[in-house]
Design a protein. Structure first.
Length: 241
């Protein structure tokens, strides 16, 4: 039931649930959007990443506003900045995330799910790909003559588990959309420095109320399926393309 809470402790920013007992509430919908010239992709990614970096350097964005909202936040996949916050009559927010290069970090981000739906646009520049994974098969959009490229979905075993993992790579200089239902697993890891995510949380105030959270904090709207960060080799590092 959508009215049931997903978290045990609503404000916990590192709540971990058992991977082998978890069941996805739905399946992610994946839609390739565009393949860009490298110069255009680099300009787009750079401009959006700079917004995030400016946010994390600006005191007003790091300080709670009159509604208690902090626009510059941290997530283990990257730094985020809230472009638009919820308001009366509009429950959604919009974030941009500047993804970390997990090859440089030496560890991948964890499989997780959110307490509300997400609409995600993954954008890569030159010399960068994003490995996207989930525990359930993707619903894949392909319309002949419209969809610019096909994605190859691979299946392997999650490390230290019997669970299957389904994965694809967002190619260099590309845009791929993904719709993620509430309570549905996913994992993003960028191999390269030039990747951002433009994401809409269409029910952020609803999920904060439903889970009885004390505020809008991205990490507290996340439930992890591992208590440790996977090694780069465990999330496609040896396959980086």
């Amino acid at each position: 039931m959508a009215s049931e809470t997903l978290k045990n402790n609503p404000d916990d920013e590192n709540e971990v649930h058992d991977l082998d007992r978890f069941e996805d509430a739905g399946s992610c919908i994946v839609t390739p959007v565009a393949s860009l010239p490298a110069i255009a992709a680099n300009a787009l990614v750079s401009a959006m990443a700079q917004v995030v970096r400016n946010g994390h350097a600006a005191e007003p964005a790091l300080t709670p506003d009159n509604d208690g909202v902090v626009r510059a936040q941290y997530f283990e996949e990257g730094l985020v900045y809230m472009l638009a916050k919820p308001m009366d009559g509009y429950s959604a927010s919009r974030y941009v995330m500047d993804l970390f290069n997990v090859g440089d970090r030496g560890a991948c981000s964890r499989m997780h799910y959110h307490t509300g739906a997400r609409m995600v646009r993954l954008i890569t520049g030159e010399d960068t790909t994003i490995r996207v994974s989930a525990l359930s098969p993707f619903h894949y959009t392909y319309v002949d003559g419209v969809t610019p490229f096909k994605l190859e979905v691979e299946c392997d075993k999650m490390p230290d588990s019997t669970r299957n993992r389904y994965s694809f790579w967002v190619p260099e200089s590309s845009i791929v959309d993904m719709q993620i239902p509430r309570g549905t697993s996913h994992q993003f890891n960028s191999f390269g420095d030039n990747a951002v995510i433009d994401t809409i949380h269409p029910e952020e105030t609803i999920e904060a109320f439903r889970e009885k959270m004390s505020g809008l904090r991205m990490m507290a709207q996340t439930v992890f399926l591992s208590d440790s960060f996977p090694a780069v080799e465990d999330c496609g590092g040896e396959l980086r393309r």
